[in-house]
Design a protein around this ligand. Structure first.
Ligand code: DC
Length: 222
């Protein structure tokens, strides 16, 4: 069977990465977490104290930065300029600032180009905000995964607690709300459901249920 291209878009905390990783595992496909790429660049910019309002400098930074996504024992390893930043890119400081970097057209252009390159051979599950609309409009299967803002905030809060970060739930919810707004309202590659994508609301659904739904949508169910 020819290998497919599966696009999963949706807002922060909808469970995209967990679900996409499992779909990829079941099909023996490559999982590409595009959010991790924007996060890696944001982390680098923060470390270099670059003002996130300096679009020219950040575009140049994106052009000079090498971001690689590797798969190791079911985990995604994010390498930025040769350094493993997989853990650091999940820090609250990065989450709070990444949407400002993802706004920049020159940054998006560089990321989209790299993402298309990674998907060239097929057999990929890619998740993000603009995958079905901009990056891979020819994808074989398109899903828009969402959940209520309360549930998304609770999921992110639990993830942060597990990683040892202390953030009040209200603050996590406020950050998610703010990030959604920035992601939806930007001019280039905004967060939106592609007209040919299938909407899945994962509120109250288990990960397994969502994974099965996506596999059957893609004609790969049992
Ligand atoms: O999926 P995530 O929370 O790790 O994504 C981090 C940020 O990156 C998100 O707030 C918006 C941005 N992003 C984007 O603009 N386009 C993508 N394809 C993926 C992520």
């Amino acid at each position: 069977m020819p290998k497919k291209v599966i696009a999963i878009d949706g807002p922060a905390g909808a469970g995209k990465s967990t679900v996409a990783r499992q779909v990829a595992k079941r099909l023996n496909y490559l999982y590409i977490d595009t959010g991790a790429m924007y996060r890696a660049l944001t982390l680098k910019a923060l470390k270099m104290h670059i003002p996130l309002t300096d679009w020219d400098l950040l575009t140049k930074l994106a052009q000079e930065t090498k971001i690689e996504l590797l798969s190791k024992n079911d985990k995604i390893i994010v390498i930025c300029d040769g350094q493993d930043v997989s853990e650091e890119i999940r820090k609250p400081e990065v989450s709070q600032n990444v949407s400002l970097v993802a706004l920049i057209p020159g940054v998006r252009e560089k990321m989209v180009e790299a993402q298309r390159q990674m998907a060239k051979k097929g057999g990929v599950v890619m998740d993000g905000r603009d995958i079905a609309t901009v990056v891979l409009p020819q994808a074989d299967c398109k899903v828009f995964l969402t959940a209520s803002v309360e549930e998304r905030a609770l999921r992110r809060y639990k993830e942060l607690v597990e990683k040892g970060y202390q953030e009040p739930l209200d603050k996590v919810k406020e950050d998610i709300y703010r990030r959604d707004l920035l992601d939806k309202e930007r001019e280039v590659g905004p967060l939106m459901q592609s007209p040919d994508a299938v909407l899945i609301d994962s509120t109250g659904l288990s990960i397994e249920t969502v994974v099965e739904k996506i596999l059957s949508l893609c004609g790969e169910g049992e």
